[in-house]
Design a protein around this ligand. Structure first.
Ligand code: PMP
Length: 359
Protein backbone atom coordinates (compact mmCIF):
# COMPACT_ATOMS: atom_id res chain seq x y z
CA UNK A 1 0.00 0.00 0.00
CA UNK A 2 1.48 3.34 -0.98
CA UNK A 3 1.76 5.99 1.69
CA UNK A 4 -0.16 9.17 0.96
CA UNK A 5 -0.89 12.00 3.28
CA UNK A 6 -4.42 13.21 3.98
CA UNK A 7 -5.73 15.57 1.32
CA UNK A 8 -5.78 19.17 2.45
CA UNK A 9 -7.48 22.11 0.77
CA UNK A 10 -5.34 23.59 -1.97
CA UNK A 11 -6.26 27.08 -0.71
CA UNK A 12 -3.99 26.53 2.28
CA UNK A 13 -0.88 26.18 0.12
CA UNK A 14 1.38 29.11 0.78
CA UNK A 15 -0.87 30.67 3.41
CA UNK A 16 1.51 32.00 6.04
CA UNK A 17 0.89 31.15 9.68
CA UNK A 18 -0.01 34.21 11.76
CA UNK A 19 3.17 35.59 13.27
CA UNK A 20 2.65 36.88 16.79
CA UNK A 21 4.83 39.62 18.27
CA UNK A 22 7.83 38.03 19.97
CA UNK A 23 7.68 37.85 23.74
CA UNK A 24 10.38 39.55 25.78
CA UNK A 25 13.26 37.24 26.71
CA UNK A 26 12.88 35.91 30.22
CA UNK A 27 16.62 35.88 30.97
CA UNK A 28 17.71 39.39 29.87
CA UNK A 29 18.50 42.23 32.29
CA UNK A 30 15.37 44.20 31.28
CA UNK A 31 12.88 43.21 28.67
CA UNK A 32 9.82 45.07 27.53
CA UNK A 33 7.41 43.61 25.00
CA UNK A 34 6.44 46.33 22.54
CA UNK A 35 5.61 43.90 19.76
CA UNK A 36 1.89 43.07 20.06
CA UNK A 37 0.03 46.33 20.71
CA UNK A 38 -1.00 45.08 24.12
CA UNK A 39 -2.07 47.19 27.05
CA UNK A 40 0.87 47.43 29.46
CA UNK A 41 -1.32 47.91 32.53
CA UNK A 42 -2.15 44.87 34.65
CA UNK A 43 -5.81 43.83 34.96
CA UNK A 44 -7.98 46.05 37.19
CA UNK A 45 -8.55 44.44 40.61
CA UNK A 46 -12.35 44.46 40.12
CA UNK A 47 -12.05 42.73 36.75
CA UNK A 48 -9.65 40.21 38.22
CA UNK A 49 -12.16 39.42 40.98
CA UNK A 50 -14.86 38.73 38.40
CA UNK A 51 -12.55 36.44 36.46
CA UNK A 52 -11.56 34.52 39.58
CA UNK A 53 -15.25 34.14 40.48
CA UNK A 54 -16.05 32.93 36.95
CA UNK A 55 -13.18 30.45 37.13
CA UNK A 56 -15.03 28.58 39.89
CA UNK A 57 -17.43 27.35 37.24
CA UNK A 58 -15.19 26.34 34.38
CA UNK A 59 -16.32 22.73 34.55
CA UNK A 60 -19.43 24.14 32.79
CA UNK A 61 -19.71 25.51 29.27
CA UNK A 62 -20.09 29.27 29.02
CA UNK A 63 -23.35 31.00 28.09
CA UNK A 64 -23.22 30.36 24.35
CA UNK A 65 -25.33 33.41 23.50
CA UNK A 66 -23.14 35.71 25.67
CA UNK A 67 -26.42 37.10 27.00
CA UNK A 68 -25.01 39.35 29.74
CA UNK A 69 -22.34 40.81 27.49
CA UNK A 70 -24.71 41.29 24.56
CA UNK A 71 -27.17 43.20 26.77
CA UNK A 72 -24.39 45.34 28.19
CA UNK A 73 -23.08 46.13 24.69
CA UNK A 74 -26.57 46.90 23.40
CA UNK A 75 -26.99 49.48 26.18
CA UNK A 76 -23.53 50.91 25.83
CA UNK A 77 -23.81 51.48 22.08
CA UNK A 78 -27.54 52.05 21.77
CA UNK A 79 -28.01 49.19 19.29
CA UNK A 80 -30.43 46.25 19.25
CA UNK A 81 -29.05 42.96 20.59
CA UNK A 82 -29.87 41.46 17.19
CA UNK A 83 -27.20 43.73 15.68
CA UNK A 84 -24.43 42.26 17.82
CA UNK A 85 -22.19 39.23 17.48
CA UNK A 86 -19.24 38.14 19.58
CA UNK A 87 -16.22 35.99 18.84
CA UNK A 88 -12.83 34.84 20.04
CA UNK A 89 -11.21 38.23 19.75
CA UNK A 90 -12.06 40.53 16.89
CA UNK A 91 -9.87 38.35 14.69
CA UNK A 92 -12.32 35.53 15.42
CA UNK A 93 -15.19 37.78 14.38
CA UNK A 94 -13.25 38.79 11.25
CA UNK A 95 -12.99 35.12 10.35
CA UNK A 96 -16.75 34.76 10.91
CA UNK A 97 -17.25 37.72 8.55
CA UNK A 98 -15.29 35.94 5.85
CA UNK A 99 -17.07 32.66 6.38
CA UNK A 100 -20.35 34.53 6.14
CA UNK A 101 -19.59 36.39 2.93
CA UNK A 102 -16.76 34.96 0.88
CA UNK A 103 -15.59 31.78 -0.79
CA UNK A 104 -13.76 30.60 -3.90
CA UNK A 105 -14.14 33.05 -6.78
CA UNK A 106 -14.98 35.97 -4.50
CA UNK A 107 -12.69 38.91 -3.82
CA UNK A 108 -11.80 40.64 -0.59
CA UNK A 109 -10.31 44.13 -0.80
CA UNK A 110 -8.09 45.68 1.85
CA UNK A 111 -5.21 48.11 2.11
CA UNK A 112 -1.65 46.86 2.27
CA UNK A 113 0.20 46.91 4.46
CA UNK A 114 -2.51 46.44 7.02
CA UNK A 115 -3.47 43.90 9.70
CA UNK A 116 -1.59 40.74 8.83
CA UNK A 117 -4.54 38.46 9.57
CA UNK A 118 -6.51 39.81 6.57
CA UNK A 119 -4.61 37.89 3.86
CA UNK A 120 -4.52 34.76 6.02
CA UNK A 121 -8.21 34.56 6.81
CA UNK A 122 -9.13 35.63 3.28
CA UNK A 123 -7.11 32.86 1.70
CA UNK A 124 -8.35 30.29 4.22
CA UNK A 125 -11.90 31.17 3.14
CA UNK A 126 -10.91 30.37 -0.43
CA UNK A 127 -11.52 33.95 -1.59
CA UNK A 128 -8.96 36.02 -3.46
CA UNK A 129 -7.21 38.85 -1.65
CA UNK A 130 -7.06 42.17 -3.50
CA UNK A 131 -4.41 44.29 -1.80
CA UNK A 132 -4.42 48.01 -2.49
CA UNK A 133 -1.17 49.78 -1.58
CA UNK A 134 -1.24 52.52 1.04
CA UNK A 135 -0.51 56.03 -0.20
CA UNK A 136 3.07 57.30 0.13
CA UNK A 137 1.88 58.90 3.37
CA UNK A 138 0.99 55.38 4.67
CA UNK A 139 -2.77 56.06 4.60
CA UNK A 140 -5.56 53.95 3.04
CA UNK A 141 -5.97 54.93 -0.61
CA UNK A 142 -9.75 54.87 -0.55
CA UNK A 143 -10.13 56.02 -4.16
CA UNK A 144 -7.95 53.15 -5.36
CA UNK A 145 -9.84 50.77 -3.08
CA UNK A 146 -13.16 51.83 -4.56
CA UNK A 147 -11.64 51.42 -8.04
CA UNK A 148 -10.61 47.87 -7.07
CA UNK A 149 -14.20 46.79 -6.45
CA UNK A 150 -15.56 44.39 -9.06
CA UNK A 151 -18.74 42.35 -9.28
CA UNK A 152 -16.83 39.62 -7.44
CA UNK A 153 -16.06 41.77 -4.40
CA UNK A 154 -17.85 40.54 -1.29
CA UNK A 155 -16.04 42.28 1.56
CA UNK A 156 -13.77 45.28 2.11
CA UNK A 157 -11.73 45.85 5.27
CA UNK A 158 -10.99 49.42 6.29
CA UNK A 159 -8.63 49.35 9.26
CA UNK A 160 -9.04 52.62 11.10
CA UNK A 161 -6.53 53.39 12.60
CA UNK A 162 -4.45 51.17 10.39
CA UNK A 163 -2.24 48.48 11.87
CA UNK A 164 0.79 48.82 11.57
CA UNK A 165 1.02 52.45 10.42
CA UNK A 166 -1.36 54.06 12.96
CA UNK A 167 -2.76 56.32 10.23
CA UNK A 168 -6.47 57.15 9.94
CA UNK A 169 -9.10 57.89 7.36
CA UNK A 170 -11.37 60.82 8.10
CA UNK A 171 -15.10 61.31 7.90
CA UNK A 172 -15.46 63.05 4.53
CA UNK A 173 -13.19 60.66 2.61
CA UNK A 174 -14.76 57.62 4.24
CA UNK A 175 -18.30 58.80 3.42
CA UNK A 176 -17.24 59.50 -0.17
CA UNK A 177 -15.78 56.00 -0.41
CA UNK A 178 -18.87 54.36 1.08
CA UNK A 179 -21.05 56.21 -1.42
CA UNK A 180 -19.07 54.54 -4.21
CA UNK A 181 -19.25 50.97 -2.83
CA UNK A 182 -22.23 48.93 -4.07
CA UNK A 183 -24.75 48.28 -1.31
CA UNK A 184 -24.37 44.47 -1.63
CA UNK A 185 -20.68 44.62 -0.67
CA UNK A 186 -19.98 44.48 3.06
CA UNK A 187 -17.58 47.15 4.35
CA UNK A 188 -15.96 46.22 7.65
CA UNK A 189 -14.62 49.11 9.70
CA UNK A 190 -11.99 47.45 11.88
CA UNK A 191 -11.76 49.73 14.87
CA UNK A 192 -9.57 47.64 17.17
CA UNK A 193 -7.81 50.84 18.31
CA UNK A 194 -10.84 53.16 18.34
CA UNK A 195 -10.41 54.29 21.95
CA UNK A 196 -6.94 55.71 21.22
CA UNK A 197 -8.21 58.16 18.56
CA UNK A 198 -8.02 61.84 19.47
CA UNK A 199 -8.49 63.38 16.01
CA UNK A 200 -12.10 64.64 15.95
CA UNK A 201 -12.19 64.34 12.15
CA UNK A 202 -12.13 60.54 12.45
CA UNK A 203 -15.69 59.23 12.50
CA UNK A 204 -17.01 56.73 15.00
CA UNK A 205 -17.83 53.65 12.92
CA UNK A 206 -20.90 52.97 15.02
CA UNK A 207 -22.43 56.26 13.83
CA UNK A 208 -21.67 55.30 10.22
CA UNK A 209 -23.16 51.83 10.64
CA UNK A 210 -26.46 53.35 11.79
CA UNK A 211 -26.94 54.97 8.40
CA UNK A 212 -25.59 52.20 6.20
CA UNK A 213 -26.84 48.58 6.16
CA UNK A 214 -23.70 47.35 4.37
CA UNK A 215 -21.32 48.60 7.09
CA UNK A 216 -20.16 46.43 10.00
CA UNK A 217 -17.96 47.63 12.85
CA UNK A 218 -15.37 45.41 14.52
CA UNK A 219 -14.30 46.19 18.08
CA UNK A 220 -12.22 44.37 20.65
CA UNK A 221 -11.64 44.11 24.38
CA UNK A 222 -7.98 43.27 23.72
CA UNK A 223 -6.47 46.74 23.50
CA UNK A 224 -7.96 49.64 25.46
CA UNK A 225 -9.80 47.25 27.79
CA UNK A 226 -6.72 45.16 28.50
CA UNK A 227 -8.23 41.69 27.97
CA UNK A 228 -6.02 40.43 25.12
CA UNK A 229 -5.40 37.09 26.80
CA UNK A 230 -9.08 36.36 27.34
CA UNK A 231 -10.07 36.56 23.65
CA UNK A 232 -13.26 38.49 23.17
CA UNK A 233 -14.28 40.87 20.42
CA UNK A 234 -17.53 41.82 18.78
CA UNK A 235 -19.18 43.21 15.69
CA UNK A 236 -22.03 45.65 15.31
CA UNK A 237 -23.87 45.02 12.07
CA UNK A 238 -27.34 45.07 10.61
CA UNK A 239 -29.42 42.00 9.89
CA UNK A 240 -28.84 39.67 8.17
CA UNK A 241 -25.08 40.17 8.64
CA UNK A 242 -25.14 39.97 12.44
CA UNK A 243 -27.26 36.81 12.31
CA UNK A 244 -24.78 35.22 9.91
CA UNK A 245 -21.95 36.09 12.30
CA UNK A 246 -23.72 34.39 15.17
CA UNK A 247 -24.25 31.35 12.94
CA UNK A 248 -20.59 31.10 11.95
CA UNK A 249 -19.22 31.57 15.49
CA UNK A 250 -17.38 28.67 17.08
CA UNK A 251 -19.93 27.32 19.59
CA UNK A 252 -18.95 28.32 23.15
CA UNK A 253 -15.85 30.08 21.76
CA UNK A 254 -16.01 33.00 24.18
CA UNK A 255 -15.28 31.69 27.66
CA UNK A 256 -17.32 32.72 30.70
CA UNK A 257 -14.15 34.30 32.09
CA UNK A 258 -13.94 36.49 28.99
CA UNK A 259 -17.65 37.34 29.02
CA UNK A 260 -17.65 38.33 32.70
CA UNK A 261 -14.39 40.25 32.36
CA UNK A 262 -15.79 42.16 29.37
CA UNK A 263 -18.93 43.13 31.30
CA UNK A 264 -16.83 44.21 34.30
CA UNK A 265 -14.56 46.21 31.98
CA UNK A 266 -17.47 48.03 30.38
CA UNK A 267 -18.63 48.95 33.89
CA UNK A 268 -15.11 50.14 34.77
CA UNK A 269 -14.80 52.07 31.56
CA UNK A 270 -13.91 55.40 33.18
CA UNK A 271 -10.89 53.92 34.86
CA UNK A 272 -9.82 52.00 31.76
CA UNK A 273 -10.23 55.00 29.50
CA UNK A 274 -8.17 57.00 32.00
CA UNK A 275 -5.35 54.54 31.35
CA UNK A 276 -5.89 54.97 27.63
CA UNK A 277 -5.50 58.73 28.17
CA UNK A 278 -2.15 58.17 29.84
CA UNK A 279 -1.03 55.97 26.93
CA UNK A 280 -2.14 58.66 24.48
CA UNK A 281 0.09 61.08 26.43
CA UNK A 282 2.99 58.66 26.13
CA UNK A 283 2.24 58.26 22.43
CA UNK A 284 2.67 62.02 21.94
CA UNK A 285 5.93 61.93 23.86
CA UNK A 286 7.31 59.01 21.81
CA UNK A 287 6.12 60.48 18.51
CA UNK A 288 7.57 63.92 19.22
CA UNK A 289 10.77 62.42 20.59
CA UNK A 290 11.31 60.37 17.44
CA UNK A 291 10.50 63.28 15.14
CA UNK A 292 12.93 65.50 17.05
CA UNK A 293 15.61 62.85 16.61
CA UNK A 294 15.07 63.06 12.84
CA UNK A 295 12.86 60.04 12.21
CA UNK A 296 10.02 60.16 9.73
CA UNK A 297 6.99 58.90 11.64
CA UNK A 298 3.46 58.83 10.21
CA UNK A 299 0.98 60.54 12.51
CA UNK A 300 -0.52 57.83 14.65
CA UNK A 301 -3.92 57.57 16.32
CA UNK A 302 -3.30 54.09 17.72
CA UNK A 303 -1.18 52.68 20.56
CA UNK A 304 1.85 52.19 18.31
CA UNK A 305 4.19 54.01 15.94
CA UNK A 306 5.54 52.90 12.59
CA UNK A 307 9.06 53.40 11.31
CA UNK A 308 9.55 52.53 7.66
CA UNK A 309 13.11 51.32 7.95
CA UNK A 310 13.22 49.27 4.75
CA UNK A 311 16.46 47.30 4.59
CA UNK A 312 17.46 48.43 8.08
CA UNK A 313 14.38 46.85 9.66
CA UNK A 314 16.05 43.70 10.97
CA UNK A 315 19.07 45.65 12.24
CA UNK A 316 16.91 48.07 14.16
CA UNK A 317 14.85 45.27 15.69
CA UNK A 318 18.03 43.47 16.77
CA UNK A 319 19.50 46.62 18.32
CA UNK A 320 16.25 47.22 20.21
CA UNK A 321 16.21 43.67 21.47
CA UNK A 322 19.76 43.95 22.77
CA UNK A 323 18.72 47.12 24.57
CA UNK A 324 15.76 45.33 26.20
CA UNK A 325 12.79 46.27 24.01
CA UNK A 326 11.16 43.78 21.68
CA UNK A 327 9.54 45.50 18.69
CA UNK A 328 7.64 44.04 15.73
CA UNK A 329 9.67 43.96 12.51
CA UNK A 330 8.03 43.42 9.12
CA UNK A 331 11.00 42.19 7.12
CA UNK A 332 12.29 44.69 4.58
CA UNK A 333 9.48 47.13 5.33
CA UNK A 334 9.50 48.60 8.78
CA UNK A 335 9.06 48.27 12.49
CA UNK A 336 5.93 48.71 14.56
CA UNK A 337 6.51 49.77 18.12
CA UNK A 338 3.78 49.58 20.73
CA UNK A 339 3.48 52.41 23.24
CA UNK A 340 4.24 50.76 26.55
CA UNK A 341 5.09 51.69 30.09
CA UNK A 342 7.09 54.93 30.54
CA UNK A 343 10.41 53.14 31.17
CA UNK A 344 9.95 51.02 28.04
CA UNK A 345 9.21 54.11 25.96
CA UNK A 346 12.28 55.87 27.40
CA UNK A 347 14.43 52.90 26.51
CA UNK A 348 13.00 52.83 22.99
CA UNK A 349 13.65 56.56 22.48
CA UNK A 350 17.18 56.21 23.75
CA UNK A 351 17.85 53.22 21.49
CA UNK A 352 16.34 54.90 18.43
CA UNK A 353 18.53 57.95 18.96
CA UNK A 354 21.67 55.85 19.30
CA UNK A 355 20.74 53.88 16.16
CA UNK A 356 20.43 57.06 14.10
CA UNK A 357 23.81 58.29 15.28
CA UNK A 358 25.48 55.06 14.26
CA UNK A 359 24.38 55.08 10.66
N1 PMP B 1 -7.83 44.17 14.13
C1 PMP B 1 -6.68 44.82 14.18
C2 PMP B 1 -6.48 45.99 13.29
C3 PMP B 1 -5.66 44.40 15.05
O1 PMP B 1 -4.50 45.05 15.07
C4 PMP B 1 -5.90 43.31 15.89
C5 PMP B 1 -4.86 42.81 16.86
N2 PMP B 1 -3.58 42.77 16.44
C6 PMP B 1 -7.12 42.66 15.78
C7 PMP B 1 -8.07 43.12 14.90
C8 PMP B 1 -7.44 41.45 16.55
O2 PMP B 1 -7.38 41.59 17.91
P1 PMP B 1 -8.17 40.60 18.84
O3 PMP B 1 -8.40 39.34 18.10
O4 PMP B 1 -7.29 40.41 20.02
O5 PMP B 1 -9.45 41.30 19.16
Amino acid sequence: MSETSPKLRAELDGVPTYKPGRPAAADGPVAYKLSSNENPYPPLPGVMERVIAAAQGFNRYPDMACTGLMNELADRFGVPVTHLATGTGSVGVAQQLLQSTSGPGDEVVYAWRSFEAYPIITRISGATPVQVPLTPGEVHDLDAMADAVTDRTRLIFVCNPNNPTGTVVRRAELERFLDRVPSDVLVVLDEAYREFIRDPRVPDGVEIYRERPNVAVLRTFSKAYGLAGLRVGFAIAHEPVAAALRKTAVPFGVSQLAQDAAVASLRAEDELLGRVGALVGERARVYEGLVKQGWTVPETQANFVWLRLGERTADFAAVCERAGVVVRPFAGEGVRITIGETEANDLLLHTAEAFLKEI
